[in-house]
Design a protein around this ligand. Structure first.
Ligand code: NAP
Length: 291
């Protein structure tokens, strides 16, 4: 059994991007990071994104509008970033405060700056296999983890647990693409799926993205399975200073002995999401600059 090291693979991608940006002449790529309010997870995600950008040589602008900002003012802020020629990528950190229509805000971001890949145009381009689009970061991080770990997906049965627009659906679209590195046979499962364990036991590769701590148990997988655990769940742990620890959607201790490869939580998919955001930002810069 091999534990797939997301930190190492993400660091490889960051190093590649750093070399690519260092070779650029003139203006460097720039990402605008918008965080509304002080949600602790959002604070740490945006900090990490800013740090990784700096490491690569990508400029970042962090915008912190107050939690009281309304829908129209937030959309106005997005409009001003859309219009700013020095900004290549825009990320609005989710979740947004209650009362704000998140989908409308994401949809407001110009498709050519939508480096998170959540706008309808980029989801459509993903479905059309149009390479000019920006695939959302966690799903493309999953693909990168699999390919850099030597997992050949062609003809394999991948079962995706979860059908969200952020992870499950775009991951399934990438896995089923008609191209080298994909060509998988994909089954998507969700909370209404009947006989779930009988389906997960058929998986050559299992992608778990449901947000249920340690939901996938050993009796739900077949020996030799490759497991990608996307879940990030906080569970109480009195032995930790923070009072909690992070676990995935997979019971790692039970499933790992059966798996051929498995991602840990933390240190699996999480670091890849940030690396792919940076890759999308460099791509946006190149496309806006005409190559
Ligand atoms: P989400 O929007 O809440 O979607 C969860 C999906 O799981 C839904 O499709 C839901 O089905 C399905 N589901 C829930 N309980 C289920 C069950 N018992 N059996 C089968 N399916 C079930 O969550 P998300 O945004 O996709 O995130 C999923 C997990 O990934 C979360 O833990 C999140 O924190 C994590 N995540 C991690 C990263 C990263 O960078 N590592 C990025 C994004 C998300 P229905 O559609 O029927 O409700």
């Amino acid at each position: 059994m091999e534990v797939i090291d997301g930190n190492r693979i993400a660091a490889e991608i960051v190093a590649e991007l750093k070399a690519e940006v260092a070779a650029m002449h003139g203006r460097k790529p720039c990402i605008a990071l918008v965080r509304v309010g002080d949600d602790p997870a959002s604070v740490s995600y945006v900090r990490k994104k800013g740090q990784t950008a700096a490491e690569i040589g990508i400029e970042s602008r962090i915008l912190l509008p107050p939690v009281t900002i309304g829908q129209s003012a937030l959309e106005g802020l997005v409009d001003s970033l859309n219009a700013d020629p020095m900004v290549d990528g825009i990320l609005v950190q989710s979740p947004l405060p209650a009362g704000i229509d998140e989908r409308a805000v994401f949809g407001r971001i110009s498709p050519e700056k939508d480096v998170d890949g959540f706008s309808p145009v980029n989801l459509g381009k993903l479905a059309q296999e149009d390479e000019t689009g920006f695939p959302s970061c966690t799903p493309s991080g999953i693909m990168e983890l699999l390919s850099r770990s030597g997992v050949n997906l062609e003809g394999r049965h991948v079962v995706v647990l979860g059908r969200s627009l952020i992870v499950g659906k775009p991951a399934a679209l990438l896995l089923v693409q008609k191209k080298a590195g994909a060509n998988a046979t994909v089954t998507i499962c969700h909370s209404k799926t009947a006989n779930l364990p009988s389906i997960t036991r058929q998986a050559d590769v299992l992608v778990a993205a449901i947000g249920r701590p340690e939901f996938v148990k050993a009796d739900m997988v077949k020996p030799g399975v490759v497991v990608i655990d996307v879940g990030v769940n906080r569970i109480p742990d009195a032995s930790r200073k923070s009072g909690y620890r992070l676990v995935g959607d997979v019971d790692f201790a039970g499933v790992a002995p059966l798996a051929s490869k498995i991602t840990p939580v933390p240190g699996g998919v999480g670091p890849m999401t940030v690396a792919m955001l940076m890759r999308n930002t460099v791509k946006a810069f190149r496309q806006r600059a005409g190559g």
